[in-house]
Design a protein around this ligand. Structure first.
Ligand SMILES: Nc1ncnc2c1ncn2[C@@H]1O[C@H](COP(=O)(O)OP(=O)(O)OP(=O)(O)O)[C@@H](O)[C@H]1O
Ligand SMILES: [Mg+2]
Length: 436
C-alpha cells in the first residue's frame, strides 16, 4: 500500500475514533453524576471568567482592529464552551491506558493491512462478576479468528488472562473478558448438589473464571460433547444426566461400549439400551412422543413444554436421549446392507429429534471422539447448537467448534477442561457416580 494511501486511511480512522470517543463520552455522562457535575462546573467557570473579564476580551473599542476580528471576539464564549465541552467528552470517552494498549497490540502485530491497531473504546467491570474486566475494541476490520489465533500473545501483551473473546453488537467491535493474569482455573472442582439449579431446563456444565457455566435446554436444546480419549467427556456427560434425573426428566442412555461407563446405579434411574434393535425401538418411541406432543400443544395453543405445563397444570416430563460414543452407533463402515439400513433408520429418528425436539422437550446429548461428516450427518450436527470440546487436535476442534481454538487453548494433559461454542473455557465439575 502506498504511503499516501496509508496516510489517507489513517486520517479517516482518526476521525472515526474521535467521533467514537465523543459518543462514548456522552454515554458515560448518563452513568456518572461526578462527570456531569465536573462538566457543569467547567461551563460555569468559563462563563464566570468571561463575565468578570468581559472588557478585556472585547475588541469593540479598539481602533485598527478589523471588524472580522471584532465579530470573532464576540464568539469567544460560545467557542470556548463548545470546544471545551467536546474536548472533555472525548476525554471521558477515552479509557485510561488506551495509548499504552494500542502500542502493545502494535508490538505483537495485531494490525490490519493498513497497519492500523485496534483501538480501545471502553474498559468496564463486568456487571455480574466484579473481578472480570471487559475490554471493548474497535477491531479495525481484524476478524475474530485473528484475535483467537493471537490470544496468547494478547494475554501476554496486556498481562491478563482472557476468559472469553467475542464479537460485540456489530462485526467491528470485539469484546475481551479478562481477569488478572494470576487467576487460574483449578484442575479439579468437585460437584456439590447445592449447585443444582431449580428450573427444570438448565443444566450446569462447570466453572469458568467468570462463574458457573450453564446451558438452558429450553433455549439450546441439544448438546454435542467432543474431545479426544481421556478428555473427560464421559464424566461431563454423566454430570449432565445426573442433573437431568434429579430434575425429573426421563433419561435414556445408549451404551454401546460394553457397560463400563454406566454402572448399575444408572440402570435403576434411566432407560438403558445396549443394542441396535433396542435403540431403534427407543428412538421410535421418542419420535412418537414428539408427534403426540405436537397435537397436544396445537390443541392447547401452546408453543413449548413449559408453556403447556403452566397452562394445563400438567407435568409433562422432559426426555433426554444420551449416547456416550455416537460413532459406535452411526459408523457404517464395514456393515452389511441390512445393518446399514438399520443405522440409517436410527439416524433419521435422531435427525427428527434434532430438528424438532426443542419445543417438545425432547433433547439429545451426544458425545464422541470424532464426529466426522460420515458419522454425524450435517442434518444432526447443524441442529446441535451447544457444542463443547475438550482436549483435541486441530481436526477434531474444527469439526466440533468450527475453529481450532480447543486445540490451541486446552493443554494436552488437561482432563475435564472444555471450550464452549461461545469461546468460554471452563473446568467441568468432577462428579463421581458412586455418590449417586
Ligand atoms: N471434570 C474433571 N475434573 C478432573 N478430572 C477429570 C474430569 N473429567 C475427567 N477427568 C479425568 O480424566 C479421566 C478420563 O475421563 P473420561 O473417562 O470422562 O474421558 P473420556 O473423554 O470419556 O475418554 P474416552 O473417550 O476414552 O471414553 C478421568 O478418569 C479423570 O481422571
Ligand atoms: Mg468416555
Amino acid at each position: 500500500m502506498k504511503s499516501t494511501e496509508r496516510e489517507r486511511l489513517e486520517k479517516q480512522t482518526e476521525k472515526r475514533y474521535l467521533w467514537l470517543r465523543f459518543k462514548n463520552g456522552c454515554k458515560s455522562l448518563k452513568g456518572s453524576k461526578a462527570r456531569q457535575y465536573a462538566l457543569i462546573a467547567f461551563c460555569v467557570l468559563v462563563i464566570l471568567i468571561w463575565v468578570c473579564n468581559k472588557d478585556r476580551f472585547s475588541l469593540e473599542n479598539m481602533e485598527l482592529v478589523s471588524p472580522a476580528f471584532v465579530a470573532l471576539s464576540k464568539l469567544t464564549l460560545p467557542i470556548t464552551l463548545i470546544g471545551g465541552t467536546v474536548a472533555i467528552l472525548i476525554l471521558y470517552g477515552t479509557p485510561i491506558g488506551t495509548g499504552k494498549i494500542t502500542n502493545e497490540l502494535q508490538r505483537i502485530g495485531l494490525t490490519n493491512s493498513a497497519g492500523e491497531t485496534p483501538i480501545l473504546t471502553a474498559k468496564t467491570k463486568d456487571e455480574k462478576q466484579s473481578e472480570v474486566t471487559v475490554f471493548e475494541f474497535d477491531g479495525v476490520g481484524i476478524p475474530l479468528t485473528e484475535w483467537e489465533n493471537k490470544r496468547q500473545r494478547i494475554e501476554a501483551a496486556l498481562n491478563v488472562h482472557i476468559v472469553k473473546l467475542k464479537e460485540g453488537k456489530n462485526k467491528r467491535s470485539i469484546l475481551l473478558y479478562t481477569v488478572p493474569a494470576g487467576n487460574q482455573l483449578s484442575s479439579r472442582i468437585e460437584w456439590n448438589d447445592s449447585y443444582l439449579i431449580k428450573d427444570s431446563s438448565t443444566l450446569i456444565l462447570g466453572k469458568s473464571l467468570m462463574g458457573t457455566v450453564k446451558v438452558d435446554l429450553a433455549k439450546i436444546p441439544h448438546i454435542l460433547l467432543g474431545g479426544s480419549t481421556g478428555s473427560g467427556k464421559s464424566v461431563l456427560l454423566k454430570l449432565l444426566l445426573m442433573q437431568a434425573v434429579k430434575k425429573n426428566a426421563v433419561v435414556s442412555i445408549a451404551d454401546f461400549k460394553g457397560g463400563v461407563d454406566f454402572p448399575s446405579i444408572w440402570h435403576s434411574k434411566c432407560k438403558m439400551c445396549f443394542d441396535e434393535d433396542n435403540l431403534s425401538q427407543l428412538l421410535t418411541e421418542l419420535v412418537d412422543e414428539l408427534q403426540r406432543r405436537k397435537v397436544l400443544f396445537r390443541d392447547n395453543e401452546c408453543h413449548n413444554l413449559d408453556e403447556y405445563n403452566k397452562r394445563t397444570g400438567k407435568e409433562l416430563q422432559r426426555h433426554i436421549f444420551a449416547c456416550d460414543e455416537v460413532a459406535e452407533i452411526l459408523d457404517k463402515t464395514g456393515l452389511t446392507k441390512e445393518q446399514k439400513d438399520k443405522v440409517s433408520l436410527i439416524e433419521s429418528k435422531l435427525s427428527v429429534i434434532a430438528r424438532q425436539g426443542r419445543a417438545f422437550g425432547i433433547h439429545l446429548i451426544l458425545a464422541t471422539q470424532r464426529p466426522d461428516a460420515n458419522i454425524l450427518s450435517g442434518q444432526i450436527r447443524n441442529n446441535i447448537d451447544c457444542r463443547v470440546c475438550g482436549r483435541a487436535d486441530n481436526v477434531l476442534s474444527q469439526i466440533i467448534l468450527d475453529s481450532t481454538a480447543a486445540a490451541e487453548q486446552i493443554p494436552k494433559d488437561a482432563a475435564g477442561r472444555f471450550l464452549l461454542h461461545d469461546g468460554t473455557i471452563f473446568q467441568a465439575f468432577w462428579f463421581d457416580d458412586t455418590d449417586m
